[in-house]
Design a protein around this ligand. Structure first.
Ligand code: PHE
Ligand code: CO
Length: 259
């Protein structure tokens, strides 16, 4: 697959300048349209932590300035965002997370990709991922995930750990007093799957189980057929805290589960 960002301009850690002034008025307008569509859905389908966090970001007026958001994030949880040209290699990605830096793609999708885009763009990365970095428990968990990623590279277990990311950070659901809600960025930033994941009777919604998530394959080009449901970010933190080394060793000898 060839990626569409400008990788030639990136530093060794794959960061680039955001160059906010270079966005066209049409791009800010498209970002606003994406924002407005999702803003109508999230009160009903997103978890309270995400909704509260969004209120701290004035992201509705166009593509945000990363430096301003980083200043707020640093004050809240010690995270910042770094601009990147798109998907970056595992070691660069994990190193950023392990240093409380979240990589956000600089470019925005084309208007014809309003409903669906294969590669993450600034709308997915920003709207989907950044708000929860204001939640202290989530913020600490993602930091631990980054350190765990560097460790998984040494243990040749990145594929397993990536499944966990998929079923939590990207497509995770949470049990709340108001019923099932989404917290995964892939859901929060999706025009169609956000309502589907909460209300459609078709997909399985399993109680989160670490080993099952590490073992379950995923499909990137359709709505998920299985979601994992956590009780709280504290549970996610707790269940992922143990040393994964023996878990990886055991799971390596077991078959991968179909999605
Ligand atoms: N506890 C994991 C390990 O020892 C690291 C990790 C933390 C992974 C949080 C994912 C999330 O490898
Ligand atoms: Co994402």
């Amino acid at each position: 697959m060839s990626l569409r960002g400008s990788y030639g301009l990136a530093a060794a850690d794959f960061s680039v300048a955001q160059d906010w002034g270079a966005y066209a008025a049409e791009e800010h307008a498209l970002f606003r349209r994406l924002f407005e569509r999702q803003a109508k859905l999230v009160p009903r389908y997103a978890c309270a932590e995400w909704i509260e966090a969004l209120a701290r970001l004035d992201a509705g007026s166009g593509i945000p300035r990363f430096d301003r958001v980083s200043a707020k994030l640093r004050a809240a949880t010690g995270w910042e965002i770094v601009a990147v040209p798109g998907l970056i290699p595992d070691d660069a990605f994990f190193t950023h997370l392990a240093n409380r830096r979240f990589p956000v793609t600089v470019w925005l999708r084309q208007p014809e990709e309003f409903d669906y885009i294969v590669e993450p763009d600034v709308f997915h990365d920003f709207f989907g991922h950044v708000p929860l970095l204001f939640d202290p428990v989530y913020a600490d968990h993602l930091h631990e995930y980054g350190k765990g990623g560097l460790k998984a590279m040494r243990l040749d277990a990145v594929k397993m750990l990536a499944r966990l990311y998929w079923y939590t950070i990207e497509f995770g659901l949470m049990k709340t007093h108001d019923g099932i809600r989404a917290y995964g960025a892939g859901l929060i930033s999706s025009g169609g799957e956000l309502a589907y994941c909460v209300t459609d009777p078709a997909p399985k919604r399993l109680d989160f189980d670490l080993e099952t998530a590490l073992r379950t394959d995923y499909q990137i080009d359709r709505y998920q057929t299985t979601y994992f449901v956590i009780d709280s970010f504290a549970q996610l933190m707790r269940d992922t805290a143990p040393d994964f080394t023996p878990v990886y060793d055991r799971l390596r000898n077991l078959p991968v589960l179909a999605p």
